[in-house]
Design a protein around this ligand. Structure first.
Ligand SMILES: O=P(O)(O)OC[C@H]1O[C@H](OP(=O)(O)OP(=O)(O)O)[C@H](O)[C@@H]1O
Ligand SMILES: O=c1cc[nH]c(=O)[nH]1
Ligand SMILES: [Mg+2]
Length: 209
């Protein structure tokens, strides 16, 4: 079974509190989501392998370590996942970015696909799927299945908040995918919103209703 990593770093938890606050406006919300995503990228890349290289300092020759050619694709689930891209790309600048467009039907809560653009060398790369919200898990699970159908093997899922239902669904359907979260919330409400949550992540990022 894949691991669930809760990233309880004080900086992440501090910023998450203001992300949750309904009085935080779109500008600050966007900035905070970017900052938390960057901090999360730091943990998500912790298992990246290093290789030794020789360099010259102004004083002498020495060995240094660099990341061993790990190729990454960051895949935001549109729309809300877009809010996490810049923070992730800041720390993994060589990453390509693929997009999967899914929205959750408000009646059925089922994911509906409307867009896909992925790099052609997808299956030579490690994939990091990003979306602020893991609620029923339908969207994340569908996005991961979509990628696996294209023969991708190494996938991680990074979300800000999750409900226990969403974690369970992804773990059951994709036991090979590690999940990285800033927090696990209590439950879903009758409309499939995470409680206490942060509301509609896409609407708060983009100022829509
Ligand atoms: O786990 P689930 O129950 O599938 O819910 C989570 C999904 O819902 C939200 O997207 P939404 O459908 O609101 O689309 P948006 O990003 O365009 O706002 C969120 O960003 C996830 O993609
Ligand atoms: O709480 C939730 C659940 C799904 N999508 C959101 O944006 N928020
Ligand atoms: Mg939304």
């Amino acid at each position: 079974m894949a691991k669930v990593h809760i990233l309880d770093h004080p900086l992440i938890q501090h910023k998450l509190t203001f992300i949750r606050d309904k009085n935080t406006g779109s500008k600050e919300f966007r900035e905070l989501v970017e900052e938390v995503s960057m901090l999360m990228a730091y943990e998500v890349t912790r298992d990246f392998a290093l290789k030794d290289i020789e360099i010259e300092t102004p004083v002498t020759t020495t060995k240094g370590q660099v990341i061993a050619g790990r190729k990454v694709v960051i895949v935001p689930i549109l729309r809300a996942g877009i809010g996490m891209v810049s923070g992730m790309v800041n720390l993994i600048p060589a990453a390509k970015v693929g997009h999967i467009g899914l929205y959750r039907d408000p009646e059925t809560l089922q994911p509906v696909e409307y867009y896909c653009k992925l790099p052609s060398d997808l299956n030579e790369r490690e994939l990091i799927v990003i979306d602020p919200m893991l609620a029923t898990g339908g969207s994340a699970s569908a996005a991961i299945k979509f990628l696996k159908d294209r023969k991708v093997k190494n996938i991680k899922l990074v979300c800000l908040l999750a409900a226990p239902e969403g974690i369970k669904k992804v773990q059951e359907e994709h036991p090979d995918v590690d999940i990285y979260l800033a927090a696990v919330d209590e439950k879903l409400d009758d409309h499939g919103y995470i409680v206490p949550g942060l509301g509609d992540a896409g609407d708060r990022l983009f100022g829509t209703k």
